[in-house]
Design a binder for this molecule. Structure first.
Ligand SMILES: NC(=O)c1ccc[n+]([C@@H]2O[C@H](COP(=O)([O-])OP(=O)(O)OC[C@H]3O[C@@H](n4cnc5c(N)ncnc54)[C@H](OP(=O)(O)O)[C@@H]3O)[C@@H](O)[C@H]2O)c1
Length: 299
């Protein structure tokens, strides 16, 4: 058996929170925010190097393991009160997440906070939205208390275009003129912190959006103003976008899923604005202009 627990040197109180996905876009913000609140947690990471890094934080324990190999982390779920479940969207995501939920159930974890997606539904034409709905259903079936976080498109997704924005002032997508209420991952993490640390989030589903719905042309206009240089959005066909994703090394299943995602945005199905960030975190959601300002050194 190949499991390793990186423990803090001194007497940490019994940790009640378990994180998956802690090294990713939302998870790394969640780690930062829990740490700044001095709240302890255990996190599953895949490599000893990630564990070393995490273990430098005052209230963190890292467990080296893999969601694909339950024996590497199942022992660490005993005594956990709330588990945060997140993976990237891959062809294996559904089985990895259901495997995690079943392991948490065996270990007696009562509550799962799952990172899902805006408009998750079993009969959606978007494969990501279908698998998220199936995982949500399995979590309910197992009798957990649950909090499903359903964020819209991440603002930080734009950072995939940082080189193009920096050097040619352009970014691309197959989305037309449709508006999307995109959200900053820092706000998603803040809601996850609330769900993991406060009562009152049992059996709740939160649609999580930014403060306004914007078209990609409007995003370009805001970027031009904030960066003080011309930035253009280029609308491309789904076939062109898929070719670009495959060319950039995305696996076929994932590229196909992103095309379905963007078709859903293009149909105007992701434009609703929710008040979840303000209501749950008692802070205004980050606007796209603020996001652009905060990341201007990258763009
Ligand atoms: N991007 C968007 O606009 C958007 C919008 C709404 C919802 N979502 C949802 O957000 C989720 C992705 O969130 P994110 O962007 O924060 O993820 P991310 O940055 O891609 O990070 C994925 C995390 O999952 C971990 N992971 C993956 N496979 C694992 C395994 N087998 N065992 C253990 N850990 C594993 C990764 O660990 P490593 O560091 O080891 O790789 C990493 O920490 C997806 O479910 C997606 O549907 C995304």
């Amino acid at each position: 058996m190949n499991f390793v627990l990186y423990k803090k040197q001194n007497s940490m109180k019994q940790t009640r929170i378990f994180l998956t996905g802690a090294t990713g876009a939302v998870g790394s913000q969640l780690v930062q925010q829990l740490t700044s609140l001095n709240i302890g947690f255990k996190a599953l990471v895949r490599t000893p190097a990630q564990a070393e890094q995490l273990s430098k934080l005052p209230n963190a324990e890292a467990i080296v393991g893999d969601l694909a190999d339950l024996v590497t982390f199942e022992y660490a779920l005993h005594g956990i009160e709330k588990a945060f479940l997140l993976t990237n969207s891959s062809e294996q995501a559904e089985s990895l997440q259901i495997g995690f939920a079943e392991a948490a159930h065996r270990a007696g974890v009562p509550h799962i906070v799952k990172l899902s997606q805006f408009a998750a539904h079993e009969s959606s034409p978007v494969r990501f939205l279908r698998y998220h709905a199936r995982v949500e259903n399995r979590i309910r079936e197992l009798g957990f208390r649950y909090t499903f976080l359903r964020p819209n498109l991440y603002m930080q997704g734009l950072l995939a275009f940082k080189e193009q924005i920096k050097y040619s002032g352009q970014f691309f997508a197959a989305v037309g003129n449709a508006r999307v209420s995109l959200v900053d991952v820092r706000d998603i993490a803040a809601i996850a912190v609330a769900a993991l640390t406060e009562p009152g989030h049992e059996d709740q589903i939160y649609d999580i959006t930014g403060p306004e719905a914007l078209s990609h042309y409007e995003l370009a206009e805001i970027l031009s103003n904030v960066l003080d240089k011309p930035v253009s959005f280029i609308d491309v066909s789904p076939a062109e976008m898929e070719q670009a994703l495959l060319g950039a090394g995305f696996p076929e299943w994932q590229a196909g899923g992103l095309i379905e995602d963007y078709a859903h945005y293009a149909r105007g199905e992701a434009a609703a604005v929710s008040d979840a960030v303000a209501r749950i975190t008692r802070k205004n959601p980050v606007s796209f202009a603020q996001f652009a300002q905060d990341h201007r050194f990258l763009l």
